[in-house]
Design a protein around this ligand. Structure first.
Ligand code: NAG
Ligand code: NAG
Ligand code: NAG
Length: 640
């Protein structure tokens, strides 16, 4: 069958499913769902294409048109069939995420920009659509100034930590080898302390989120290692990964508790992570609704003591704020990156907004005022804006802003990936070189041990230009025999300036306080990654702090360096891959050997990605859609 004919049939089919009364319309369905599933399957087998994804969308849209409860029950059944997760995880997660996805499917049309993005995110079956061109407007042209040089005055220290993911239900002695996305909970009798062969230690495990003991240990280590740190940047994600069972009440308890544990720090500049929401990742932009207002209000009330009433009140608009650090020349701008996050399913509207919640326009206003006042700026956020977790469109628009104000932005700080990484922005992505490198994003590895050993970081910073002079990462090596007995031993893992400065030519001396880790410095580091296999292997190892290091050579190396050289997501070389959306080979391999996908666990996404690799799941989708239509038909005719 030609696809155009098929789509015509399919659309007639969806239309008939959605117009349930009068019931005779349903009878006019011209294609039976089973053959539809077979046709899709054959197409996927021959060539996994965007057409096939759009045909799957027809079925999904058909179910969504029947209502949220039909959609949730059908997707839950398919999740169970997939064996991807335990049944309570399937039902819990899909009950939370399903209605938002059903809303998306009802609102966008198949073949649109949004539907292609949906296919990329959920199934990896379409190529990433081109960015919709949009030129951000600026109040003034970029002045011909350049980055100020460091003053050379005695540096100050600041701290960053991220992705704490504290699990209040962590139970020492419970099973670390459980069947759920995270372990170390008393899920069942078999998982209980004393009844399992893999008892959790008192201070955490790579299959589990952070126990309170580990969280407290990190703040104690920060206090002893960096007692004079002026402030801390906390780049978000507090709530654990039990995403199938989140509630606003429990998230509120977790958020209050986590910030309570930070109270020994002089100032904490926080930002809103994707796990702070309920359901996880689900932040409505202001044009859609107010379901995240409670998060913004809660954070505002907690942050007031650090950022003051004015900034905290402004934060309540959409989760972002801008504030001066004390009487210094530094401004901290905290943005809500959930407005650009591909797993925030509220963003898949029929016409996607160019500037959700107006945050980009607000950012321009703040940066313009900072530039005019001669201030230095740190931008902090949760999800790095060049990563494959950021929409290409939003990332492009954000990158225009970064490049316009690159001489005012001293550095940017993110988290989310759980890995130790960095991203370079360029004024010209077709010529990524040291002299076009325009901004640097530090991506902070996590406290939660799911992707490596627990970490925090201390930056040495110029007190006038606020340039980052060094970035020193501390970790608690979980293989240390003392770790689970007397507790985590926090030691220096590496200094970026020592480790990378020595590799450059001319070499950058670790104790030269007149040299910053500039965007050009970091670009030159990536040049060394290209020419030195051992320097690059060192970077790969540091990503997970030496834990479960996968080999990355050849095209993996090329792609990884490309990813580092991309403050703009469209340039990060990450291509959607069929069935394993967004995982590169070595990452997919890492998943096979036990690595969990970084920050985002969306069960629905996992299920849909699996569905396009399994004929039985597709057929079940088709059959269940039929059954749901039949139920509706019967109900409708009973009503007549
Ligand atoms: C974890 O448990 C499963 C079955 O429950 C078993 O097949 C697997 O080998 C265990 N993992 C390890 C690392 O022993
Ligand atoms: C869900 O979480 C609550 C705490 O918020 C807990 O009491 C309950 O047992 C959990 N339910 C499941 C099915 O995990
Ligand atoms: C980067 O490398 C170039 C040579 O390729 C050199 O001219 C420049 O000084 C280096 N910049 C830094 C900050 O290391």
């Amino acid at each position: 069958m030609r696809w155009s004919t098929f789509l015509t049939y399919g659309l007639a089919f969806v239309a008939s499913a959605s117009e349930l009364a009068p019931p005779d319309k349903i009878v006019r369905r011209e294609l039976d769902t089973r053959s539809l599933a077979s046709t899709i399957w054959n197409d996927i087998e021959n060539a996994a294409t965007c057409d096939a994804c759009e045909a799957v969308l027809l079925l999904l849209k058909g179910v969504a048109e029947l209502g949220d409860s039909s959609f949730v029950s059908v997707l839950t059944e398919i999740c169970d069939l997939s064996g991807a997760e335990d049944s309570d995880v399937c039902s819990g997660a899909i009950a939370l995420e399903g209605p938002i996805i059903a809303h998306d499917l009802r609102s966008f049309s198949i073949g649109s920009h949004t539907s292609k993005l949906f296919c990329v995110t959920f199934m990896g079956l379409c190529a990433y659509p081109d960015v919709t061109p949009y030129t951000v407007s600026f109040p003034s042209a970029k002045p011909s100034t350049s980055r100020p040089s460091p003053s050379g005055q005695t540096p100050i220290q600041i701290v960053q930590y991220s992705d704490v993911h504290v699990d209040p239900f962590y139970v020492t002695g419970s099973n670390t080898n459980c069947s759920k996305p995270i372990c170390c909970r008393d899920y069942s009798t078999a998982d209980s302390p004393g009844n399992n062969n893999y008892p959790a230690g008192a201070y955490g495990d790579h299959n589990c989120d952070t126990p309170t003991s580990l969280e407290e240990s990190m703040y104690a280590a920060i206090a002893s290692i960096a007692p004079n740190a002026k402030f801390a940047l906390f780049t978000g994600d507090i709530v654990d990964h039990a995403v199938w069972n989140t509630t606003q009440a429990q998230n509120t308890i977790d958020i209050n508790a986590a910030y309570g544990h930070m109270s020994g720090l002089p100032i904490v500049y926080g930002t809103v992570g994707n796990h702070e929401a309920n359901p996880t990742n689900a932040f409505q932009p202001t044009a859609v609704g107010t379901n995240s207002q409670w998060v913004y209000n809660l954070l505002s009330s907690i942050w007031t003591k650090w950022i003051g009433v004015t900034a905290a009140t402004a934060e309540e608009s959409f989760g972002a704020y801008s504030v001066k650090y004390g009487s210094s020349n530094l401004r901290i701008i905290s943005i809500n990156t959930n407005m650009y996050y591909i797993q925030n399913y509220w963003l898949y509207e029929s016409d996607m907004e160019t500037d959700p919640s107006g945050q980009l326009a607000w950012l321009v206003t703040e940066l313009q005022a900072a530039e005019t006042a001669g201030e230095r700026v740190y931008i902090i956020g949760h999800t790095p804006m060049g990563s494959s977790d950021a929409f290409h469109d939003a990332s492009n628009y954000f990158d225009q802003i970064v490049n316009r104000y690159s001489n005012t932005i001293a550095a940017m700080f993110f988290g989310h990936t759980h890995d130790d990484e960095f991203e370079i922005s360029y004024s010209d992505y077709s010529n990524r070189a040291f002299n076009t490198a325009s901004a640097i994003s530090y991506i902070m590895p996590s406290l939660t041990p799911t992707s490596g050993h627990p970490t925090f970081r201390v930056y040495t910073v110029d007190p006038v230009s606020f340039a980052v002079l060094d970035s020193v990462t501390y970790f608690a090596d979980m293989t240390n025999p003392a770790y689970q007995t007397t507790g985590p031993v926090w030691t220096k893992y590496y200094s970026a300036k020592e480790t990378y400065g020595a590799l450059l030519s001319p070499a950058v001396s670790a104790d030269d306080n007149t040299v910053e880790l500039s965007p050009a410095f970091w670009h030159n580091v990536t040049t060394v990654f290209e020419s030195s296999a051992s320097a690059f292997a060192g970077y790969i190892s540091r990503k997970s702090r030496g834990w479960n290091v996968a080999s990355c050579t050849g095209s993996c190396q090329t792609e990884e360096i490309c990813k580092v050289r991309a403050g703009r997501a469209e340039d990060n070389c990450v291509t959607p891959s069929f069935g394993v959306s967004f995982k590169k080979r070595w990452e997919a391999n890492a998943v096979a050997t036990g690595h969990r996908d970084e920050c985002g666990i969306s069960v629905s996404r996992e299920v849909l990605a699996k569905m396009v690799t399994r004929r039985d799941m597709l057929e079940t989708l088709a059959r269940r859609m039929d059954e749901e239509v039949e139920v509706r038909k019967r109900t409708a005719s009973e009503r007549v």
